[in-house]
Design a protein around this ligand. Structure first.
Ligand code: C5P
Length: 215
């Protein structure tokens, strides 16, 4: 990207899934590949921003000039976001955070049996905590939805007090997980509405274009 229009701006980005261990061998997670958040990190860095990327487990390579912090669980991502929030002008929560964790993690591998009950308890809501610390940062949330995309997105925009929400339409095939492309609705707290069907890199650059005016 030729424009260096984010020089001097600090962007904190989360990407990928989080992983909640069941025992030393198994975990609960989701299909997030991390590609949207990594594309965002790459786009912002090429436009001159100082980027910190908090990444859940993915096989992706760190984009050029991006400072990366690897985490595994939601609890670790939560701590890292809180520790780094003051650093940023913009927070992009592209990670697919696991809402639940196993209540009592097994220290030994669970043996094969006919029945296994796991008690799941809720994880902290990162964005809720971020709200308590918010000064004048721009906060962008993501939402993956299989139905009622705009209604659900709007609800999250309001409830999580976000400046923007980027809502992904999840298809039955699993698209856009793992894809280079994405189909999104972008809503802002001031009533802007955009619909985009493009590459994850183009979508990241589009979002940077619209927030540039606000910082
Ligand atoms: O999971 P949900 O669709 O509610 O996620 C919406 C936004 O909230 C996403 O940006 C996600 O990163 C964030 N989130 C969070 N803490 C959670 C779950 C989701 O900050 N425990």
């Amino acid at each position: 990207y030729p424009k260096k229009d984010f020089v001097g701006k600090k962007i904190l980005i989360t990407a990928g899934p989080t992983r909640e261990p069941i025992d030393p061998v198994r975990y609960i997670s989701n299909r997030s590949s991390g590609k949207m958040g990594f594309a965002f990190a790459q786009a912002a860095s090429l436009r001159g921003a100082q980027v910190r990327l908090i990444a859940g487990p993915t096989g992706l390579r760190t984009p050029y000039m991006v400072e990366r912090i690897d985490v595994e669980t939601t609890e670790e991502m939560f701590k890292s976001v809180i520790d780094n929030f003051e650093f940023c002008d913009i927070l992009v929560m592209a990670a697919a955070v696991s809402d639940f964790k196993v209540d009592q993690r097994y220290t030994k591998k669970i043996k094969k049996k006919n029945n296994l009950e796991l008690n799941l308890i809720s994880n902290p809501d990162i964005l809720k905590e971020v709200n308590l610390l918010k000064k004048n940062q721009i906060v962008i949330g993501f939402a993956a939805e299989t139905e009622n995309l705009s209604t659900n997105a709007n609800k999250k925009l309001v409830e999580k007090k976000l400046d923007y929400i980027v809502a992904n339409k999840i298809h039955e095939t699993g698209f856009p997980f793992g894809s280079e492309n994405n189909e999104v609705l972008i809503l802002s707290s001031s009533g802007d509405y955009y619909e985009l069907n493009s590459t994850k890199i183009n979508i990241a650059n589009f979002i940077l274009d619209i927030i540039k005016e606000k910082i």
